[in-house]
Write a protein that binds this ligand. Sequence first.
Ligand SMILES: Cc1cc2nc3c(=O)[nH]c(=O)nc-3n(C[C@H](O)[C@H](O)[C@H](O)COP(=O)(O)OP(=O)(O)OC[C@H]3O[C@@H](n4cnc5c(N)ncnc54)[C@H](O)[C@@H]3O)c2cc1C
Length: 377
Amino acid sequence: MVARDPVNIIGAGPAGLIAAIVLRKHGFQVRVFEMSQDVGHRLNGDFQGLENWSSQTDIVELLKSIGIEINFPCAPYYKGIIYAPGMKPVETASDKPVFYLVKRGSMPGTLDVGLKEQAQETGVEILVNHRRDIHPGPAIVGTGPKGADVIAVGMTFETSMEDMAVVALDDDIAPKGYAYLLVNQGYGTMATVLYREFRKSGEYFRKMARFFEARMKMDIRNEKRFGGFGNFFLRDTQVRNGKLYVGESAGFQDCLWGFGMRYSILSGYLAAKSFIDGSDYDELWKRELKPMLETSMINRYLFEKFGDFGYRYMARKLLVSDPCGFLMKHYNHSFMKHLFLHIARRSYVNKVKDESCNHENCACVWCTCERESLAAH
Ligand SMILES: Cc1cc2nc3c(=O)[nH]c(=O)nc-3n(C[C@H](O)[C@H](O)[C@H](O)COP(=O)(O)OP(=O)(O)OC[C@H]3O[C@@H](n4cnc5c(N)ncnc54)[C@H](O)[C@@H]3O)c2cc1C
């Protein structure tokens, strides 16, 4: 029998690791190149939400169905509090989990370490401190965001507060974004997510902290500050020179609110599937991800246009309807919304530039060679 060459994966984020685990479980040799000294290095022990509203399929069931074990704390949240300008706080609740809370970073108990351990247990080779900017052969590229369309600044902390999820839609503390406070089992995260005025992030961080301090009985110990960014854009192909782009390096992000993990998980799985059964990766992601991606871009455009009016509308709807049902409707394709696609696409042209690329026989893993022409479509 002829031994197959290993599949090379660049980037050990959720997208790369999901692809690695799925491929390995189907008998492939897999090698993952990670530029940092460990997985989850760009994240800081902060809580993130695995959203559970954009699809009928529960995200935990989806993970299990593709062969991923839940070997990391993953807490379902059924309810939350929403603040919108000029309104009393709104409490929203659902019969099914609205999201699952996971921790991100290099420490034990994070999604990243859980996936790394599973990958290693199945026999995936993970090479840390291995940055790959040029990779001549085929590969799966999951190198994460390369430009900032959105930034988050926040803190993690220890606390005696009860478990909760609180969201504030208010341009005074998070321009065109939102602020959040998440507490689980004596540990908390709060952050402001900005789509504008990045230079004033310190000011918005302080305003966000004051906002929650004025409304919740805060208990903050051992606080640790963090920051991060996200990148979203639409491309017409995610296959170049034998490389399949997954996760945020492909612009796969929820443009509205930055819930990118579901996109990373799905795209990592789809890229693996393409290696396993030879199916066309472009066809796969266009069927499974593109409608959601386009809708999220339109949602972002409308969210920014409607401002306070839109924030209040959303809070009211979340009060009177099932949050998962309401959000599912808005996260999925609708004919009326689709009419805004062209204008929304023009508003969010990708910022990523690779000045070092000569654009000839390009083997760089994330440059924009083909993207400028594609943005015009
Ligand atoms: C503060 C913050 C809060 C967030 N909150 C949420 C949330 O609540 N819910 C949600 O769904 N999403 C959230 N996100 C987004 C989510 O974290 C990302 O969408 C997701 O991690 C993207 O996964 P990925 O695998 O594509 O990339 P990443 O997780 O960024 O992983 C990419 C990996 O590739 C490595 N790498 C990069 N370049 C190279 C190279 N050249 N060679 C080798 N390795 C390389 C990096 O070191 C990294 O380990 C948040 C993001 C931030 C920053």
